[in-house]
Design a protein around this ligand. Structure first.
Ligand code: NDP
Length: 498
């Protein structure tokens, strides 16, 4: 498996473990689904079906939750210590790294993310497991808090919250599930996971890594199927916590269900983040970081800063730099290591991005590059490719300035002074990411502090497993990563004594 190089690959000969499957992972084994419907898995680069998974039923969800519940309450897992679970997580990380190539290729075939992106997925997943393993001592340390009046003390216990329902989207199907799974396992929870329908196969490889690492039966369960299965998981009486990454409308629906049930929920939702370019920004450096910070994964990354706010004094210069940078980034076969822009991940996303482009043009935005479906040849002729696009002269009332596009589209907006830029950046219902490009670090930090958002990068953006990541407003509820992300999987108990 690891001897494959992408230059030798053809789609039919790629060596990956899962293509057409009929099972869910329940109680430590791949078990036949109880329904007879399937979901087809489409390669968006060629628009052809290459795999399929079963559509789960209520019975499958029930079996998975029951297995997780039994493992939580009575299995050997319930008797493990945080340190023992951390050891196991380090083994999981090693097992994931052994499967890096198959993970990368399966992910690329599922959602068209270029291999330049997916080749890092295993290392990133392993690093999330290893990071959370370092937090085991925090769970084990005695936490004794004296009463402020001096009359006694409280022992603060951090119990695992219970069975967790974990639901992920299609844009980073490995990372966005691992982000939930790793803290859940360290806490001592058990889980039922549902990947997104367009990307149901890659996470099976992570499940294999978990099995090889020796995680007991029932701790980790995986079912496939459409959104209604996620709904069954969210509402199941034996589920104690829900963690979801996906769109704001579905997040709102899940929040309503969890509100009714008084069930803790973490929601990582959509974004509409801005890059504020200060007058003293080094445009050469910004150009080098532009794709990763503002267009990562063909623009299908929740936190990227797709709205570039440019000072009037350097507006034309910035529009030219952004246009030239995008022009030099290759679009093509996501299996080609040189490819930067792949296809849209699925048909509904493709249509939605094109509709946003139509509305931008109708509302008066200026296309400096792209703006249309991209016509590639050969086996990619029917692929879901859209030309990487830069829209200049975008104003706040335009639809593309307000809604998440989730495709290869950058919008550029002009501002007069930094107060104007901050107010433009904050003029959104979302609050997930953001960047400040500038050489005066103190001023850049001041601007970052004024941005009403969950994370901001100075001259770049990357999320840090050790720091909380989450959105404000319509971008979500709660945080992932860091000790704060672990806390979401804990149930606190205070034992008072004199
Ligand atoms: P969706 O909200 O459509 O789906 C996300 C997941 O929820 C999928 O597994 C989906 O299943 C499932 N689902 C759908 N309906 C329900 C329901 N009623 N109850 C429970 N689960 C349900 O999002 P996308 O997959 O389209 O992902 C793209 C979105 O995710 C973007 O808006 C993006 O910004 C956001 N995102 C946010 C991130 C963050 O950290 N804040 C990170 C990455 C993406 P199915 O696929 O079968 O419909």
């Amino acid at each position: 498996m690891t001897t494959q190089t992408t230059s030798q690959l053809t789609r039919d000969t790629i060596d990956i473990p899962y293509r057409h499957v009929t099972t869910h992972f329940i109680d430590g084994a791949w078990q036949e689904g109880q329904g007879d419907e399937i979901i087809e898995v489409v390669d968006p680069a060629t628009n052809t079906v290459w795999g399929s998974v079963p559509v789960g039923t209520r019975a499958d969800v029930n079996a998975a939750v029951e297995a997780a519940h039994a493992a939580f309450t009575t299995g050997p897992w319930a008797r493990t210590t945080p340190s023992e679970r951390a050891e196991l997580m380090l083994r999981i990380a090693d097992e994931i790294e052994k499967r890096a190539t198959e993970l990368s290729l399966t992910n690329t075939l599922e959602n068209g993310s270029p291999v330049a992106e997916t080749s890092g997925a295993a290392a990133n997943a392993a690093s999330i497991f290893r990071y959370f393993a370092t937090l085991a001592p925090e769970l084990e340390a005695d936490d004794v808090r004296p009463f402020p009046n001096g009359q006694g003390e409280s022992l603060v216990r951090k119990d695992p919250i219970g069975v967790c329902a974990l639901i992920a989207p299609w844009n980073f199907p490995i990372n966005l599930m691992v982000t939930k799974l790793a803290p859940a396992l360290l806490a001592g929870c058990t889980v039922v996971m549902k990947p997104a329908s367009p990307t149901p196969l890659s996470f099976r490889i992570i499940v294999d890594a978990i099995t090889a690492a020796g995680v007991p039966a029932g701790v980790v369960n995986l079912v496939t199927g459409p959104g209604r299965m996620g709904d069954l998981m969210v509402r199941h009486p034996k589920v104690a916590k829900v963690a979801f990454t996906g769109s704001t409308p579905v997040g709102r629906h899940i929040a309503a269900a969890c509100g009714e049930l008084l069930r803790p929920v973490t929601l990582e939702l959509g974004g509409k983040s801005s890059a504020i370019v200060m007058e003293d920004a080094d445009l050469h450096e910004m150009s080098a970081r532009l794709i990763r910070s503002c267009m990562r994964n063909t623009g299908q990354t929740c936190y990227i800063s797709t709205r570039i706010l440019a000072p009037a004094s350097r507006y034309d210069e910035i529009v030219n730099m952004v246009t030239e940078t995008i022009a030099t980034a290759p679009q093509g076969d996501p299996l080609d290591p040189a490819t930067v822009f792949g296809p849209s991940a699925n048909h509904s996303q493709y249509k939605s991005v094109l509709a946003h482009l139509d509305s931008a043009i109708a509302e008066g935005a200026r296309v400096t590059i792209g703006g249309e479906p991209a016509q590639l040849g050969g086996e990619l002729a029917d692929g879901l490719f859209i030309q990487p696009t830069v829209l200049a002269d975008v104003t706040p009332e335009m639809r593309v300035a307000r809604e998440e596009i989730f495709g290869p589209v950058i919008t550029i907006h002009k501002y007069d002074d930094l107060d104007d830029a901050i107010s433009l950046a904050n003029n959104t219902e979302f609050g997930l990411g953001g960047i400040v490009f500038g050489t005066d670090q103190e001023k850049a930090l001041e601007v970052a502090e004024a941005m009403n958002t969950g994370s901001v990068g100075l001259n770049f953006f990357a999320s840090n497993h050790a720091a909380p990541f989450g959105g404000r407003h319509d971008s979500g509820l709660g945080v992932e990563y860091g000790p704060e992300g672990l806390a979401a999987y804990l149930a606190y108990k205070s034992i008072h004594r004199r």
